[in-house]
Design a protein around this ligand. Structure first.
Ligand SMILES: [Zn+2]
Length: 510
C-alpha cells in the first residue's frame, strides 16, 4: 500500500517505514505498508471490485494498513483517532477480527480507493518467494499513521526526490519494486501529472516496467551503479544461485560471473548488451573473489565475449591456471576508481556524487586466495563466500583455514561498511552484527568441540555426533569437514593433539 498525500505546499509525499533490523526477511530495508493475505480477507464485502480476487486484495490492503499504521481506508464510523487505535489494539491482541471491526463500525471498502500499481514476484535466488500486488491510495489529513512497533519503525512522509537522494547516499536500502515505485512517483511529478492528481497516469507509470507485470526481475540495484545479477549455479544447498555483481555506469567491473550454464550466461550477456547499446557501457575488467566453480563458471566465456581481462589474487590465479587466464594480479589494498559521469548526466545521482572506488581486501579462510571487494562510496562490501545472505559458509580443512577465516572476519569489522553483498542470497543491511554473529558462532562451535573432547570424544564422528546433534544427518559429512577445520586450528594452537593410536585428546589432560 503506497499511501500518498499532498502536503500544504502542494507537494506529493508518500509514506514508508523501515523494516526492523531483526526482521528475518529484508530487515533494515525501507518498505511500504502491507502484508500477507489472510483467509478472512475473502469474506468481507467490497464495492466496485472486478472479481473475488480483486476484492480480497483490497480487503488485505485495508486490513494491513489498519494493523500496521492504524489508519482506515474505508468509509464508516471509525473516524475518531482514539477509537481507531483502541480497535487496532483489540485486533492485534486477537480480541476481535477485522470482519467484526468492519461490521461494528459499518466500514465500507470501495475498490476505487485502491489504484493498481503493479504486481511483482521475488527475483531468483531469494530464499522466500513473494508475489505482491501493489496499490496506491490517498490518505487525507484526518488520519496520521501510527506504526505498530514490532515490524516497522521510523515511519516517514517523503518526496520521491528526498527518497532517491537518501538511496543514492547509501543511507537506505530498497528492494526493486520500492525503487521502481519511487522513480515512478518522480516521473509523475516531473511530467506534471502530479499537479493534476492524475492517478490513472500514475498507475500507468507504475506498470511501465516488465517486472511490474509479474515477471521476476533479472537484477537488483543495491545502490547507484551497483547491481546484483543472480545466476543459477551448481552450488551448495540451500543456495541455488550465485550473485554476480556489476559495479559502475559506463566502465563496468563484473564480479564473479558465476554460471557455467549457457542459458544463464546468455541472460547476463543480454543485460550487458542492453547497457552497451543504451549508454555505451563496456566490461572493463572481471574480478574474482575466489576460485570455486560456483563463482567462476562463466568467466572464460564473458572474458572472451567482451575482451575483458580477468583480475584475481595470485593464489586464485595459480589455482585457476590452465582453466582461466588471469591477466592482472590483485593484492590486498589494490583499488580501482570508476567515474559516475553517466549517472550524473542522467540526473540519477547528485552532481557531487564521487563515483565508485573498489578496493581488494585479502580475506583467506574459506579459500586460500579469497578476496573481498569494498566499495568506499556506498560502503558496500562484496563478501564472496566469506559472509553470505543465505545458507552458511563452509570452511573445509583442505581448501581453507579456520584460524585465517576468523582473522579475516575480524579484519572486515574494521571497514566502514553499510551493507554486505555476499556471494549467495540477499544483501545484508546490518554488516557488523552479521560478522560479529559469524565470529560468535564459530567460537561457540570451537568451545563445544573442546568440551566434547574433554568429555571423552576422541574421533571426528564422535565429535560430529555430539557437536552437531541437532543437525540433520544428511549434513554430517559437511559438518565433519568443519570439525576437521576446527581441529587443525586447535592442534596448531597446541590445544589438541592426536595420540599414537590416532585418537584425539586435549593437550591439557594428564
Ligand atoms: Zn566458495
Amino acid at each position: 500500500m503506497i499511501l500518498l498525500r499532498r502536503d500544504p505546499t502542494g507537494v506529493w509525499r508518500f509514506f514508508w517505514a523501515k523494516r526492523a533490523e531483526a526482521t528475518p526477511f529484508l530487515g533494515g530495508y525501507h518498505a511500504f505498508l502491507g502484508g500477507r493475505r489472510d483467509p478472512e480477507d475473502n469474506h468481507i464485502p467490497v464495492r466496485h471490485a472486478t472479481d473475488a480476487e480483486h476484492a480480497a486484495q483490497c480487503v488485505c490492503a485495508a486490513r494491513e494498513v489498519f494493523e500496521e499504521a492504524g489508519v482506515v481506508l474505508a468509509d464508516g464510523r471509525l473516524t475518531d483517532a482514539e477509537t481507531r487505535l483502541a480497535a487496532r489494539a483489540d485486533l492485534m491482541a486477537g480480541r476481535v477480527t477485522f470482519a467484526e471491526i468492519c461490521a461494528r463500525f459499518d466500514l465500507r471498502i470501495d475498490a476505487r480507493r485502491f489504484t493498481p500499481a503493479g504486481r511483482w514476484v521475488t527475483p531468483a535466488g531469494v530464499p522466500r518467494r513473494y508475489d505482491t500486488t501493489f496499490f496506491i491510495s490517498e490518505l487525507d489529513f484526518q488520519q496520521e499513521p501510527r506504526l505498530w512497533p514490532e515490524e516497522m519503525v521510523d515511519g516517514n512522509w517523503m518526496t520521491p526526490s528526498e527518497a532517491l537522494d537518501a538511496w543514492a547516499r547509501g543511507a537506505i536500502r530498497l528492494v526493486p519494486p520500492t525503487l521502481h515505485s519511487v522513480r515512478s512517483l518522480l516521473r509523475w511529478t516531473a511530467e506534471g501529472a502530479a499537479r493534476r492528481a492524475d492517478f490513472e497516469r500514475l498507475s500507468a507509470l507504475f506498470h511501465d516496467h516488465p517486472a511490474a507485470r509479474g515477471e521476476p526481475p533479472a537484477f537488483i540495484e543495491l545502490a547507484p551503479g551497483i547491481v546484483t545479477f543472480p545466476l543459477r549455479t551448481p552450488t551448495l544447498p540451500p543456495a541455488t544461485h550465485t550473485n554476480c555483481y556489476l559495479v559502475g555506469d559506463r566502465d563496468l567491473i563484473v564480479i564473479d560471473p558465476a554460471s557455467p550454464y549457457p542459458d544463464e550466461q546468455t541472460r547476463l550477456d543480454a543485460h550487458l548488451t542492453q547497457l552497451a547499446d543504451q549508454s555505451g557501457a563496456r566490461v572493463r575488467e572481471i574480478w574474482l573473489t575466489h576460485h570455486h566453480p560456483d563463482h567462476v563458471g562463466g568467466v572464460a566465456t564473458l572474458s572472451r565475449r567482451w575482451n575483458a581481462p580477468v583480475a584475481a589474487h595470485p593464489i586464485t590465479a595459480k589455482l585457476l591456471d590452465g582453466q582461466i587466464p588471469v591477466a592482472r594480479l590483485l593484492n590486498d589494498g589494490d583499488a580501482c576508481e570508476l567515474s559516475a559521469a553517466a549517472l550524473v548526466a542522467q540526473g540519477l545521482v547528485p552532481a557531487t556524487w564521487p563515483g565508485w572506488r573498489l578496493r581488494a581486501v585479502f580475506t583467506p579462510g574459506h579459500a586460500r586466495g579469497h578476496l573481498c571487494f569494498f566499495e568506499e562510496t556506498t560502503g558496500t562490501l562484496f563478501s564472496g563466500d566469506m559472509v553470505v545472505g543465505l545458507g552458511s559458509v563452509l570452511v573445509d580443512p583442505d581448501e581453507g583455514d579456520m584460524a585465517d577465516y576468523l582473522d579475516s572476519l575480524q579484519r572486515l569489522l574494521g571497514l566502514p561498511m553499510r551493507a554486505i553483498a555476499g556471494g549467495h542470497g540477499p544483501a545484508l543491511t546490518a554488516p557488523r552484527a552479521v560478522i560479529e554473529s559469524y565470529i560468535a558462532h564459530r567460537r561457540q562451535r570451537e568451545a563445544r568441540i573442546v568440551a566434547a573432547l574433554r568429555d571423552g570424544a576422541s574421533t571426528v564422528p564422535d565429535l560430529v555426533a555430539t557437536v552437531y546433534a541437532d543437525t540433520p544427518p544428511a549434513l554430517h559429512p559437511l559438518a565433519a569437514r568443519s570439525v576437521q577445520a576446527h581441529l587443525v586450528k586447535l592442534m596448531r594452537e597446541g590445544k589438541a593433539r592426536r595420540r599414537s593410536d590416532g585418537r584425539l585428546e586435549l593437550t591439557d589432560v594428564a
